[in-house]
Design a protein. Structure first.
Length: 415
């Protein structure tokens, strides 16, 4: 004969206690439920469910082979809910893990080790000491995880703070993401991104700021504010930005448009680059299309189809197809220019080489070389060599040892 239900369950006023290793079926329960170590709780109905009007407490490892609704939920050990877990108040699991095979709704959620939710998670605050994995969508104000956060559905939160790694396979909408290690998202909108190691968005991203210690990789059409990266920044697509400061390499396969770009190493742009402010490159920059900037300062070389700027300083070389158009152009010592230069003022430093220069004022320092010079005022220092012609409208000054292939010509109008 099967033992009676009263032998399994000790009922006290507003409390139902499930003894250790017992298996009990419940429906609607007035008051609290305490489930002791090793016990299994089943629910009533075609879709098994237990409704508790009070607090559900798990004293040790336990399993709910049903959905569960409660006022509060607390426990210690490894806990599994094989259906939905809906709690009006808070969920707290100490020294253990919580595995929910359905959806989970609660106010504040605190789990010491691991929280796994197979469907949607809706909460105000989620705090997990180890790892968080959600296969559905996540809606919360804050997510705080000590280890790793894996999300398969869409994530809508105010802030994500993870000590280790984050991977989200759908779109993210967040005000702030702070990750100690590596973060990968599908795309979406994140206002502030602060990642210690590397950050990757696999689809278009809107952002206010990105600050990453290592590498950044973006994909699609990206629109945002400032980007500060210690290592490399690579964009497979287009990028609109405020200010970019990168310690190493920057690569953008499409068009780039922003305020300023400061890169310690090299830059490659697959289409055009348009800046309202300054371009400052420690190494070299290559732009497949046109380059526009207020000021350009390149320690190494700059290459573009056409360069339009207020001022240009190049320590190494300038290579263009359609030329440089600027107010002021300065070519560094032993520098080289391939393509015409059109400017108000051009300074060619010692031993530098230029092609055709057309400017109001042209200064050639010692032993510099040019193909053709066209200017209002031209000054050529000793040892310089001009392989083509020199035409001027106002004045020409040449020092000793200057070689000009054709006799200089004063003209009314420059070509």
């Amino acid at each position: 004969m099967m033992p009676s239900f009263s032998n399994w369950v000790n009922k006290m006023p507003r409390e139902t206690v499930i003894p250790p290793r017992a298996t009990v079926t419940l429906g609607s329960v007035e008051g609290d439920i305490t489930v002791e170590n090793g016990a299994i709780v089943k629910g009533e109905g075609a879709s098994p469910k237990v409704n508790a009007s009070g607090i559900v407490t798990c004293d040790g490892n336990c399993k709910f082979e049903c959905s569960l609704t409660a006022e509060e939920f607390e426990g210690e050990g490894d806990i599994t809910v094989e259906g939905d877990l809906e709690v009006k108040g808070n969920i707290e699991v100490s020294d253990g893990q919580l595995n929910v095979l359905g959806k989970m709704n609660a106010n504040d959620v605190e789990v010491d080790r691991t929280l796994t939710v197979e469907k949607d998670l809706n909460a105000t605050h989620v705090d997990v000491g180890g790892s968080l994995e959600v296969r559905g969508n996540v809606t919360a104000e804050t997510i705080d995880v000590g280890g790793s956060f894996m999300g398969f559905g869409e994530v809508k939160v105010d802030s994500i703070d993870v000590g280790g790694a984050v991977e989200i396979e759908s779109k993210v909408e967040a005000k702030r993401m702070d990750v100690g290690g590596k973060a990968i998202v599908k795309g979406g909108r994140i206002e502030e991104v602060d990642v210690g190691s590397s950050f990757e968005a696999e689809d278009s991203l809107e952002f206010t700021s990105i600050d990453v210690g290592g590498a950044v990789r973006l994909t699609g059409k990206n629109v945002g504010g400032d980007i500060d990266v210690g290592g490399s920044c690579k964009v497979d697509g287009d990028l609109k930005f405020g200010r970019i400061d990168v310690g190493g390499v920057t690569e953008i396969s499409g068009t780039a448009e922003g305020e300023s770009l400061d890169v310690g190493g090299t830059v490659r742009i697959g289409a055009s680059l348009r800046l309202s402010g300054r371009l400052d490159i420690g190494g070299k920059i290559e732009v497949e299309g046109d380059l526009f900037a207020s000021e350009i300062d390149v320690g190494g070389s700059v290459k573009a189809k056409k360069i339009t700027a207020g001022k240009v300083w190049a320590g190494g070389s300038i290579i263009t197809e359609d030329g440089v158009q600027a107010h002021y152009v300065e070519i560094g010592r032993r520098g080289k220019v391939e393509g015409p230069v059109y400017a108000d003022e051009v300074l060619v430093r010692e031993r530098a080489t230029v092609s055709d220069v057309n400017a109001k004022s042209i200064e050639m320092e010692k032993q510099a070389q040019a193909r053709n010079l066209y200017g209002e005022k031209i000054h050529i220092e000793s040892g310089c060599q001009i392989f083509g012609e020199v035409k001027y409208t106002r004045s020409l000054e040449t020092e000793k040892g200057v070689k000009i292939a054709k006799p200089p010509e004063k003209v009314e109008k420059l070509p």
